[in-house]
Design a protein around this ligand. Structure first.
Ligand code: C2O
Ligand code: CU
Ligand code: CU
Length: 479
């Protein structure tokens, strides 16, 4: 193999250069092969799982197989799909095999990808078909996730089990020496509702569509087990609210503050402490916690408390950490976490004239954006964006009210202003790079987003999946 060509084509140029003196060209070709060809199969199919006592529950699940390469597939030991762990700059080929009885397509929530890699519903493949993804990971380190995105069936398929985590690492994160290995715990929270036969109950009424489908049984990583045995050490908790519709309000039961080090798009500039924080469907939080201050035998519960402080509703545990062993791994919490670039509003083509999207209920349809129904290929003038520009958008929820976690495909965005309604501003965390944003009743929230690199048709929708399916979703076209 021609050495110059190799250097040009390899994503690992620096590694190759530093190894040059000691390796012959055959060894170099080996490195090239390993670094460039990561391939996995991701198969969606119906499966039964023992979720409750007694009869098994019929679900849909992702199963993963490494074909070749260095991408880690961590088994989930539950109906959740494997956790895909990759590094920024990695190139990844994923063969999505649809073994369901209906069309589907996979969306990589939070990743910045070209249109044909993003899982727009128009790319759905039918039963027995395969869709092959091949993309490079541009995102910074963060917790992303994947789930189906077929037209009108996203809620159903996710609710029945199709979802998984996608962890991206990078060198900036690595240099911080954050808790890792056993001290990094991934926690996916989802609620479900069952009939007497242990089978899932999904949407049954217009009410379920308007309010979103909520369940009375909480699953943590696909299991009902809330307990985690921990040591007197520090931990990094990587949280995903994978519920279809339920928002949580996180709080530690022992009075300690929640130390948040990252959100949807990775690490914050510096840690933020809060008494409580709202956590909506689709959002991720990166939480640092120190159990070295605890005594052996202590239990600390991460709870969800009522979102509205009106004396109604009850707190419940999401995860319970049982401190049972002495420990040695005390990672310090960095004062500075990352170089977080703040987008300057003057960079936008419309800094003082945001494109406003009104979140409205519409008779006979459900929740909508601007009172419109979703059409597979329809794009309005307002939804058209010029490639390589930055725009300011505003979500307006002043006319009707319930929480809508609004999600935008493509690159991560930033919140620049929240004019808030009756809910306290402290309920939400607007810092850092976001892809899913809690809009609360009475709010008008402005965001700024770059539309770089990828022309094409992308989505903007509420991440209450019943809203997304009926019909709180629109396309936007980058051209
Ligand atoms: Cu996680 Cu378009 O969705
Ligand atoms: Cu997404
Ligand atoms: Cu909604």
């Amino acid at each position: 193999m021609n050495r110059r060509l190799f250097l040009k084509s390899s994503a690992q140029t620096t590694l190759a250069i530093s190894l040059l003196p000691i390796l012959n060209s055959k060894a170099l070709a080996e490195i090239y092969k390993v670094s460039a060809q990561n391939e996995i199969d991701l198969i969606a199919s119906p499966n039964d799982f023992p979720l409750l006592n007694g009869k098994t529950t019929q679900l849909l699940s992702f199963e993963g197989h490494t074909i070749q390469g260095k991408i880690k597939l961590l088994p989930s030991n539950s109906f959740l799909g494997p956790t895909i762990e990759a590094h920024q700059g990695d190139r990844l080929k994923i063969n999505f095999k649809n073994q369901l009885s209906e069309p589907s397509i996979v969306h990589w929530h939070g990743l910045h990808l070209p249109e044909n890699q993003d899982g727009h519903p128009s790319y759905a493949v039918g039963p027995g078909q395969t869709y092959t993804y091949d993309f490079e990971i541009k995102n910074r380190a963060g917790l992303y996730w994947y789930h189906p995105h077929p037209h009108g069936r996203t809620g159903y398929q996710v609710y029945h089990g199709l979802a998984g985590l996608f962890v991206v690492r990078d060198s900036e994160e690595k240099s911080l020496n954050l808790p890792s290995g056993e001290n990094e715990i991934f926690l996916v929270y989802q609620d479900r509702h069952f009939d007497e036969d242990n089978q899932l109950i999904y949407v049954q009424s217009g009410h379920d569509i308007m309010m979103g489908k909520m369940g009375d049984t909480l699953f943590i990583n696909g299991s009902r087990e809330k307990a985690n045995v921990v040591k007197k050490e520090t931990y990094r908790l990587r949280l995903l609210n994978g519920s279809n519709a339920r928002s949580f309000r996180l709080k530690w039961n022992d009075g300690r503050k929640i130390t948040i080090i990252g959100t949807d798009g990775g690490l914050l500039a510096e840690p933020i402490e809060r008494d409580s924080v709202l956590f909506c469907p689709g959002e991720r939080l990166d939480v640092f916690v120190d159990f070295s201050i605890n005594n052996i035998g202590d239990e600390a519960a991460l709870q969800s408390i009522p979102i509205v402080d009106n004396g109604r509703g009850q707190a419940f545990d999401l995860s319970v950490f049982k401190v049972q062993h002495e420990g040695t791994k005390i990672y310090s919490l960095p004062v500075r976490l990352s170089n977080l670039e703040k987008i300057n509003p003057s960079e936008a083509v419309n800094p003082n004239n945001p494109k406003v999207f009104k979140l409205l209920p519409k008779q006979g349809i459900g929740w909508t954006i601007d009172g419109l129904e979703y059409q597979m290929n329809e794009v309005r003038e307002k939804e058209t964006v010029e490639l390589n520009t930055t725009e300011v958008w505003e979500f307006d929820l002043t006319q009707a009210g319930m929480i809508h976690p609004m999600h935008i495909h493509g690159s991560q965005f930033q919140v620049i202003e929240r004019v808030h309604g009756p809910f306290s501003k402290d309920l939400v965390l607007d810092e850092g790079w976001k892809d899913t944003l809690a809009v609360l009743p009475g709010d008008r929230v402005k965001i700024i987003k770059r539309f770089n690199d990828h022309p094409g048709l992308f989505l903007l929708h509420c991440h209450i999946l019943e809203h997304e399916d009926h019909s709180m979703m629109r396309n936007f076209l980058v051209k």
